[in-house]
Design a protein around this ligand. Sequence first.
Ligand SMILES: Nc1nc2c(ncn2[C@@H]2O[C@H](COP(=O)(O)OP(=O)(O)OP(=O)(O)O)[C@@H](O)[C@H]2O)c(=O)[nH]1
Ligand SMILES: [Mg+2]
Length: 200
Amino acid sequence: MSHLFNQSQYLVSAYRYDQLPEDSGQEIAFVGRSNAGKSTTINALTNHRGLAKVSKTPGRTQLFNCFEFAPDRRLIDLPGYGYAKVPEKMRKHWQKEIDHYLMHRKSLIGVVIIMDIRHPMKAFDEQMINWAAQSGLYSHVLLNKADKLSHSQATTTLLQTKKAILAISESTTCQTFSALRKEGADVLSNTIKPWFEHHD
Ligand SMILES: Nc1nc2c(ncn2[C@@H]2O[C@H](COP(=O)(O)OP(=O)(O)OP(=O)(O)O)[C@@H](O)[C@H]2O)c(=O)[nH]1
Ligand SMILES: [Mg+2]
């Protein structure tokens, strides 16, 4: 397993776009529906339990949480999209901030789109894949919580999802993943590492 991300440290949390660290260097964002496992995935990738806050209650991450794994190289944990129980005002706030972030952040080079393998490719996920492809950002899909399915069920979903992704974007990659068991963490790490190297 790569040690690149093991050096990650908490940097800052931002409630608004303009509170984020300076827009320099390179960063990637972890996006996906609430409760899909974005924060758990960051912990698995960095091998750092408790780095990003995890919760059973959807809508837990209510800030842009920024982690730095090398000078001017960041991982950004975003609030989940599409969670109905978050108060309307809060949802609107985050929709606005995340949209602004995705459109304007110059240091953003790629997105890791996290889905619950039992509920893949919801409308928001499709929009995100489409948007990443249109914007020339790297994108990689994690079918997370694969531990909840049998190996053959997970493989079937992987094949179906790859096909659905291909209809939207030729450059988006996809894998099964278990943030809980850290299964697939090497593949994830090896997929996103070159995003940074290529951009130097
Ligand atoms: N079984 C299983 N549970 C997982 C996995 N990854 C995350 N979870 C659980 O799913 C719940 C949500 O995980 P989080 O990492 O907080 O999800 P999130 O996407 O950051 O959620 P928000 O911050 O609310 O948007 C927690 O109870 C996790 O323990 C996994 O691979 N397998
Ligand atoms: Mg979270």
